[in-house]
Ligand binder design. Structure first.
Ligand SMILES: Cc1cc2nc3c(=O)[nH]c(=O)nc-3n(C[C@H](O)[C@H](O)[C@H](O)COP(=O)(O)O)c2cc1C
Length: 377
């Protein structure tokens, strides 16, 4: 006799975005590794991604990947600004595909936050000379991103058009590299966020001033990338939904942006915050669990667009509730997955999923089922 299987926890329900289905709602959040050579991921990246590929998430979004060489954050950032970067990414997407994990690439232009040292080397501006010298950065306006940093040069209109073309070219390379989806990095103080924020965009031309003009470049990028990638391929946008300070970008502004992104074919907003006036959530601060979930909830409700919640989501029961209560469609985890790549497996056990070992590849599942029997589970 066959019957409909019990629905099970919300966290383990599939999520469909256009032509792509994530087998569950657990997403590896983008995490820069700062160890690429001329933008090419290497052995470290393969090992890093293998930890997640073998461990049962629904999707993995790869680190902020520069669309131009000058759009890197550090010398160690990955890129898709030239064809030689496609093959090393293909090896990684193939690894994930072999294990049923949807892959995404986060495309980025660092703007005035470029030419900095790796976090563990201080994350400050690079020296003018030496093997890892600084390069010239563009931004919406010549506003330094941190006190004492070199200000970026205000981008000309021609350079702004070049940025759009670079996002398009990189997204086409992402398709060739086998990615299932593209995420545009509109957060954390990098170029697209810097255009949105009144703190960093002081222009008085078509790309600055009121919100509609500050949104112009971000929307041009979204529209152009949407047109460049296959219709069945989801397009995501990572947003810093608030600058969290007086005079900065507000959640209300970001809801206007989310509606405009939806109208241009963006399928989901990945809901982060900070990076210009306030630090990005990852910096060492004590924050409550799931502290950014209200942002994802507001965008989902007000813009009627699927969202991904991120930020200190470490507990399986909390993650399941976020999805079950309709506060977000999926959750992204970063540091927790570094600490426990098998988080999805452990969450499946905690949430009482039938046959939790099924989230893992067969050679692991077989022996862990036997271990579960030996433990009397
Ligand atoms: C090592 C590391 C690298 C990160 N790199 C990126 C990145 O490339 N792009 C991005 O949008 N966020 C990046 N983040 C932020 C995370 O994606 C995530 O939003 C943040 O860490 C909060 O989630 P968590 O509390 O689960 O770590 C990074 C975080 C870490 C820990």
């Amino acid at each position: 006799m066959s019957g409909t299987p019990p629905p099970g926890p919300a966290l383990f329900q599939p999520l469909r975005l256009r032509g792509v289905t994530l087998r569950n709602r657990i997403v590896v959040s983008p995490m820069c590794q700062y160890l690429a050579e001329e933008g090419r991921p290497g052995a470290w990246h393969m090992a890093h991604h293998a930890r997640f590929a073998l461990s049962g998430p629904g999707a993995s979004i790869m680190e902020a990947t520069a669309v131009t060489r000058d759009g890197r954050i550090t010398h160690g950032c990955t890129g898709l600004w030239e064809d030689s970067q496609v093959a090393p990414w293909s090896a990684i997407t193939q690894l994930y595909r072999d294990h049923g994990v949807v892959t995404g690439i986060q495309l980025n232009h660092a703007g005035g936050k470029g030419a900095t040292a790796r976090p563990w080397e201080g994350a400050g501006p690079l020296p003018e000379e030496g093997p890892e010298a600084a390069w010239a950065c563009i931004g919406p306006s010549a506003v330094p991103m941190r006190p004492g940093w070199r200000p970026p040069r205000q981008a000309t209109e021609a350079e702004i058009e070049d940025v759009v073309a670079a996002f398009v070219a990189a997204s086409r390379r992402a398709v060739r590299a086998g990615f299932d989806l593209v995420e545009l990095h509109g957060a954390h103080g990098y170029l697209l966020h810097a255009f949105l924020s009144p703190l960093t965009n002081r222009r008085d031309d078509a790309y600055g001033g009121d919100l509609a003009r500050r949104m112009r470049l971000p929307l041009m990028v979204a529209e152009a990338v949407r047109a460049a990638i296959p219709p069945e391929m989801p397009l995501l946008w990572r947003a810093s939904l608030t600058d969290t300070v007086e005079g900065g970008l507000t959640l209300e502004d970001s809801i206007v942006l989310a509606r405009a992104l939806k109208a241009r074919g963006v399928d989901l907003v990945d809901c982060s915050a900070g990076g210009i006036a306030a630090p990005v959530s990852l910096l060492a601060q004590k924050v409550p669990h799931g502290f950014q979930v209200p942002l994802a909830e507001a965008v989902r409700r007000e813009a009627d667009l699927p969202t991904m919640a991120v930020g200190m989501i470490t507990d399986a029961v909390l993650a399941d509730r976020i999805v079950a209560e309709g506060r977000a469609d999926c959750v992204a985890l970063a540091r927790e997955l570094i600490a426990d790549p098998a988080w999805a497996y452990h969450a499946a056990i905690t949430l009482g999923v039938a046959d939790p070992e099924a989230v893992l590849p067969q050679p692991y599942a077989f022996y862990l089922r036997r271990r579960a029997q030996a433990q009397g589970r």
